[in-house]
Design a binder for this molecule. Structure first.
Ligand code: 26V
Length: 881
């Protein structure tokens, strides 16, 4: 095939204007002249009436350099608040409902962030575009599980005390406002929360970064448990959440789907026509991301889909009284950003999901390239100045979409475009589960995005040619690696071959990628593969969620660890200090009391704060083995039934988990946990010794209460399956002791705290590999009476519901493999370490020691550290500050 340039009608490096071009879909500024919709209509706060109280003359200028200038007196803040309440909310300070106070104060804080953001960008421009070693970082992710923002922003801007002062006049506290804010639940679990933690770390360390995602109208469903069964309700978060969203019509981009596509050859190369495409507008809503101890304010840009053409409203149908037909096209456009897909780690081949992905990717890539060209007048230095990170394979279409823009809109030839694109993109893998590896039906891709499909075919063709040189004649291997085969587009392969870097999220996981999942790619391009172990926004998860423990740490080692997480390790020096130990235990107890009260509010039951709080909170999935936990609980319950006077420290088992709506088996496991809890509640003697509670509707905000209250953190996945885990880090930093397998980040936690401060059990990843083939769960069931009794109890049931299906799952080969995640194989060892925990917990000095070591050694799991590793080793950039 001749070297083609895939040009459309535009010449190379042509400046972009709003002029009508043959390919209108590509004109970035097309909406520049569109009037900004009213605040009420758009949900924007940018034009809220009183958000512009002019600062007094005597106040210092609010510049980038002068962070102190943003500090205002209580009086000034109150004056701004009063004006906003009156003009923006038609009320006043004395009579405003607390929800209104929340909105108004959030609006003022958002305004301060906008000012800071503006000044940051101004300073960036002033410093010149050629600041060496700094790039613009773009983090593209289908999910950002942000949770609440007010508390975090107040903490970062150091305005909590000011707001507390102002609220005193209404006898309210900041917490009363926090309780009004809905979670921005724009994510399923670990992957989404990680992206949120990384935005915090990027801003806190002064990196110039933008996150890109979708402004889902409905976030992750609200979970309702009905008779133990999970039901899903829509999560309509925008009414309380919009205060943080700043609509920016002027940055609207157009995204094309479908259409009649034809390619033809000319003397200038391959050209194409695309007619009758379905074009939608991508309208950005910016959420501003404050950093702690940082003057940088970054942006999370969330795209909303809207119909791009007034003609999309069908006036003729309307006039005929066919109203649903009249709005059909508009609704089709709006549907794209309507709702977050609630599945993770399971197959989800829905067309709308692919549409969401391309929508997000196309708008983001157009935005990135437009910005770059505007700043530099060329794309030749693109990979020197831009880093684009794709969070799992969901944004993998970034690769062909950038190729499209470079070639079709800027006239690049294939090789030059590829050179830039493949040096700019980097990819993180978050799961090795085969069923979560995205594959799309080739025909769907071809029809939905014909131009992208054509580029994918060319990527595929060239890749096969390249691999033929690396693995000559090895058809099988090459076929396994290609982005298109057997009628499917394989997003993981596309991501690996189109990225300059591929990483896993814990040391073990990254090894598995090289040895197993991407082994052939590793052989072909070993230099691409690296590891960045996950990290958490520890200021949120420790300093804000557990202020008492953070205060104690301040008093021991000083507050600098709040800026530099490495310093937290010094807290280990206090592991055997009796007074610090006592305080650690009593703070944990206070946190448990607080959690217990919260649980009482929703369930009517207050678990005993002097019992051991054993927590497993995470998505419900077979590989995470909540079922193993439940089986051991059953076994323990049977023991207690036999001997109700058993001498033991009471235990409270707290579960929290959502699962994909169509994941029947996982829903059964939720029901099992609920029903065991119900059964135990019936017996006063037993429930004084053990309680099992399933906490409904797990969320970021719930986690912020739960993590500080955990004594034991359950991290019991089958080794080799959990890529990293991050809940494990959150509980660890709050002083919980982990019971876990050698999986994901547990391995590094074990290394950090040493064998005495963690309870490790079960097969390691290698043993799992070796044993899987010969594994016979039925034999274990038949030969081990304790296992048999627990499994049989599933058949008998709890609180009137039997769980024969789960019994069969564990021992019956009618399921392709019985017990595929080997619960029964690790059962006995799991019981063994739980016994050790009972003893360790009774030795209060030892427990305090373990707790302190866990908190201190969690320093290495700070997101700040992860982000520095990404910046240094993958993006090759430095902070802008
Ligand atoms: C897959 C799918 C499949 C199609 C439908 C929607 C959807 C959404 C998400 C996913 C992938 C989920 C992968 C994930 O969340 N992995 C988790 O990532 C965490 C952060 O790296 C890590 O700590 C967890 O171990 C890992 O399970």
């Amino acid at each position: 095939m001749r070297k083609n340039n895939f040009t459309t009608t535009k010449p190379a490096n042509r400046k972009l204007t709003t002029e009508k071009s043959a390919d209108k879909a590509a004109a970035p500024a097309a909406k520049a002249a569109a009037p900004v919709k009213s605040a009420a209509a758009s949900g924007s706060t940018s034009s809220a009436p009183a958000a512009s109280v002019s600062s007094e003359k005597s106040e210092p200028e609010k510049t980038w350099e002068n962070a102190a200038a943003y500090k205002v007196s209580k009086e000034t803040f109150r004056a701004e608040l009063d004006e906003l309440l009156e003009l923006g909310f038609h009320t006043d300070f004395e009579s405003a409902p607390v929800e209104t106070l929340y909105k108004a104060i959030a609006t003022l804080i958002n305004k301060q962030l906008k000012r800071r953001r503006f000044e940051f960008q101004k300073a960036r421009r002033k410093a010149g575009k050629n600041v060496p070693d700094t790039k613009k970082i773009y983090y593209i992710s289908m999910e950002f599980l942000m949770g609440q923002s007010l508390k975090n922003n107040l903490y970062n801007l150091d305005e909590t005390d000011l707001v507390a002062e102002v609220l005193k006049d209404r006898k309210l506290t900041p917490q009363d406002l926090y309780d009004c804010e809905p979670d921005a639940g724009l994510g399923n679990g670990g992957l989404g929360r990680l992206a949120a933690c990384y935005m915090d770390a990027l801003a806190s360390q002064g990196y110039d970064a933008v996150g890109f995602s979708i402004r889902y109208e409905y976030g992750l469903f609200k979970q309702k448990i009905v008779d133990g069964w999970q039901a899903e309700l829509p999560d309509n978060w925008l009414p309380g959440g919009y205060v943080w969203l700043n609509r920016r019509d002027e940055d609207t981009f157009k995204v094309s789907f479908y259409g009649d596509y034809e390619e033809y050859w000319t003397d200038d190369g391959l050209k194409y026509n695309l007619n009758n495409a379905e074009v939608v507008d991508a309208v950005p809503y910016d959420m501003l991301i404050s950093g702690a101890n940082s003057r940088v304010v970054d942006t999370l840009r969330l795209w909303k889909s809207e119909s791009s053409n007034d003609n999309d409203f069908d006036m003729a149908s309307f006039n005929n009284g066919d109203f649903s037909r009249a709005a059909q096209k508009e609704n089709r456009a709006h549907l794209i950003s309507k709702v977050l897909y609630p599945a993770d780690n399971v197959e989800e081949g829905k067309e709308l999901r692919l549409k969401q992905q391309y929508f997000m990717v196309s708008a983001s890539c157009q935005n990135i390239v437009r910005n770059h060209f505007r700043d530099y007048g060329t794309l030749d230095n693109f990979s020197d100045k831009v880093a684009i990170h794709i969070n799992d394979t969901h944004p993998a279409l970034t690769i062909p979409e950038l190729m499209r823009i470079f070639m079709d809109e800027y006239g690049y030839e294939w090789d030059d475009a590829w050179e830039q694109v493949s040096k700019t993109v980097s990819y993180t893998n978050h799961t090795v589960l085969a069923e979560a590896l995205e594959k799309w039906n080739e025909d769907i891709v071809r029809v939905m995005m014909p131009r992208i499909y054509s580029i994918l075919k060319e990527i595929d063709r060239r890749f096969r040619e390249d691999m033929e040189e690396v693995f000559p004649g090895d058809e099988g291997k090459i076929d396994w690696m290609t982005p298109i085969a057997q009628g499917q587009v394989r997003m993981a392969n596309l991501s690996v071959l189109g990225s300059q870097s591929v990483n896993g999220v814990s040391a073990l996981h990254s090894e598995i990628l090289k040895d197993d999942l991407f082994h052939d790619f590793y052989l072909a391009t070993p230099e691409k593969f690296t590891n960045v172990t996950n990290g958490i926004a520890y200021r949120r998860w420790l300093c804000q969620s557990n202020p008492k423990l953070a205060g104690l740490i301040d008093s021991c080692i000083g507050p600098d660890y709040r800026k530099n997480a490495d310093l937290l390790e010094k807290f280990a020096d206090f592991a055997d200090d009796p007074s610090v130990g006592e305080q650690v235990l009593s703070i944990k107890r206070e946190n448990k009391v607080r959690m217990s009260n919260l649980i009482k509010k929703t369930t009517g039951i207050a678990p005993d704060p002097d019992s051991i709080f054993i927590v497993q909170a995470k998505r419900l999935h077979e590989y995470k083995r909540q079922l193993l936990n439940a089986l051991r609980i059953i076994s323990r319950y049977q023991k207690l039934k036999e001997n109700p006077d058993l001498d033991m420290r009471p235990e409270t088992y707290l579960f929290a988990a959502k699962t994909a709506p169509n994941y029947y088996l996982a829903k059964s496991i939720i029901q099992l946990i609920c029903k065991i809890g119900e059964e135990i509640e019936k017996d006063p003697k037993i429930r004084s010794k053990m309680r099992v509670m399933f906490l409904e509707n797990y969320s970021v905000t719930m986690a912020e209460h739960l993590m500080p209250a955990a004594d034991i953190s359950e991290q019991i996945s089958l080794a080799g399956k959990e890529a990293s885990g991050t809940g494990n880090m959150k509980m660890m930093i709050n002083g919980a002791v982990t019971i876990g397998t050698m999986d994901g980040a547990n391995v590094e936690m074990h290394e950090a705290v040493g064998g005495d401060n963690i309870f490790i059990f079960g097969q390691n990843a290698e043993e799992v590999q070796d044993n899987l083939r010969s594994y016979d769960s039925r034999r274990l069931y038949e030969t081990d009476p304790v296992i048999k009794a627990a499994v049989d109890a599933l058949g008998t049931g709890f609180a009137g519901t039997d769980f024969n299906n789960l019994k069969q799952y564990l021992i019956q080969k009618t399921y392709s493999i019985a017990d595929p995640y080997m619960c029964l194989a690790d059962f006995n060892d799991y019981c063994r370490v739980h016994k050790e925990i009972q003893d360790a917990y009774e030795d209060r000095k030892r427990w305090a020691h373990m707790s302190i070591i866990n908190t201190a050694k969690a320093s290495r799991f700070a997101a700040d550290r992860s982000i520095r590793e990404y910046a240094d080793n993958i993006w090759h950039t430095k902070p802008a500050e």
